[in-house]
Design a protein around this ligand. Structure first.
Ligand SMILES: NC(=O)c1ccc[n+]([C@@H]2O[C@H](COP(=O)([O-])OP(=O)(O)OC[C@H]3O[C@@H](n4cnc5c(N)ncnc54)[C@H](O)[C@@H]3O)[C@@H](O)[C@H]2O)c1
Ligand SMILES: O=C(O)C(=O)C[C@@H](O)[C@H](O)[C@H](O)COP(=O)(O)O
Ligand SMILES: [Zn+2]
Length: 355
């Protein structure tokens, strides 16, 4: 079992291993009622969580929500608030989010907003949620105008990653999570890239020989960054590598496109932008395409939708006023920023991701 510490004003640990649910009662602490938010299609992943809590004597209530991105919706959130009200949940009660990143984002936001903030404990069950979404306190829902536009910073009291849950993941969702692992490699840890390049097929399986190390390394990158800059005043932006175009794709696709797949395309776009301004060499740009393709992630998107994507990028949260702000690389593990590139450059970079 590995424990990665997340520092800052509200410190907590990310626990990675098997049998980690035994630690749930200690994290929940003094509560009377615990609301367990989970994807409605996956009652089996909520069962052991509810069981561990009931055995510890809590009054446990399961809140099934729509699977995946459909759950990050204001009506679903309002349903949770009403449910919490019916239960009489007080400030000492706790929300436990179990599931993929969409569910932990929603559960975290429900905890952040109920009575202006109650404790959240997260039990991520996808690769993506373990290495990224459940850590760092970004919680959110989507609105038609854009991805994650409504949310709060609300760090969890603890994150429990039970690796056995990964075995039931559909391959496409697991591989989508690898995009955030690869992101962590490009922005901060070149060993991640090497491990995946050694055997990309194995990297796409939860029983691969390096799964634990890849998860530990990606968690360490995220934990290091959010410990230093919880509210994204600077450093944390690097975790958004690939997300400016990625979130625009998700919006254009009405949130029916896997997050990691969109981020993969977004990273290639950011790499092409960096190449066009002379900051990233050809080999590093092609390394993006090679590693993403090798694990089965997309690296290109539709040619005809540029105007809609450009429009969607206006609401990127890194933008300052009318000025777009991209995370780009000056090399592997050397992230920088590119502010307000010329429109012509934006278009030329996009042309390079349409074939
Ligand atoms: N808060 C953050 O810092 C942060 C970081 C990265 C991503 N995100 C968000 O995370 C979301 C993507 O997360 P995701 O890739 O986990 O997607 P997801 O939550 O949509 O999960 C993917 C699918 O897998 C199912 N699933 C979950 N656990 C499973 C299991 N153990 N076995 C089988 N199926 C399982 C889910 O129900 C869903 O249908 C996006 O909304 C993204 O914006 C947030
Ligand atoms: O934790 C962060 O900070 C990130 O940017 C991680 C991203 O992988 C994640 O998708 C995040 O939700 C995006 O944040 P947003 O502020 O662009 O909505
Ligand atoms: Zn992401």
């Amino acid at each position: 079992m590995t424990r990665v510490h997340v520092g800052g004003d509200a410190p907590y640990d990310v626990v990675i291993g098997t049998g980690v649910l035994g630690q749930l009662p200690a994290l929940v602490g003094e509560a009377r009622t615990v609301a367990v938010v989970h994807p409605e299609g996956l009652p089996e992943i909520a069962r052991p969580v509810c069981g561990a809590l009931a055995e510890a004597g809590y009054d446990v209530h399961a809140f099934p929500v729509p699977d995946g991105e459909a759950g990050k919706d204001v009506a679903v959130l309002a349903g949770l608030w009403s449910g919490f009200a019916r239960l009489g949940m007080t400030r000492t009660d706790v929300v436990v989010g179990v599931g993929g990143g969409a569910t932990t984002d929603l559960a975290g936001f429900a905890a952040a907003t109920w009575l202006r903030g109650v404790k959240a404990v997260l039990v991520p069950t996808t690769l993506l949620a373990m290495v990224d979404a459940a850590i760092g306190g970004k919680t959110a829902i989507d609105i038609p105008e854009g991805k994650n536009l409504v949310g709060a910073f609300h760090p969890p009291a603890g994150v429990l990653c039970d690796l056995t849950t990964l075995v039931t993941m559909p391959r496409e969702d697991y591989v989508s999570g690898l995009a955030e692992v690869i992101k962590a490699g490009f922005i901060a840890d070149r060993r991640i890239l090497e491990l995946i390049e050694e055997d990309p097929e194995a990297a796409g399986r939860p029983d691969g020989p390096h799964t634990l190390e890849l998860i530990e390394r990606a968690v360490a990158v995220k934990a290091r960054v959010v410990s230093e800059d919880l509210k994204e005043s600077g450093l944390r932006e690097i975790l958004n590598y690939g997300h400016t175009l990625g979130h625009a794709i998700e919006k254009v696709e009405e949130y029916r496109f896997r997050h990691g797949d969109a981020v993969a395309i977004g990273m290639v776009y950011a790499a092409e932008l960096a190449r066009l301004v002379g900051r990233l060499g050809d080999a590093d740009v092609e390394r993006h395409r090679a590693i993403l393709t090798a694990v089965g992630l997309p690296t290109s998107y539709l040619p005809d939708v540029w105007p809609a994507l450009r429009d969607a990028m206006r609401v990127d949260k890194k933008a300052r006023g009318a000025r777009l702000r991209f995370v780009v690389l000056d090399g592997v593990a050397a992230p920088g920023r590119l502010e307000d590139p010329d429109e012509d450059l934006l278009v030329r970079a996009y042309e390079r991701v349409t074939h």
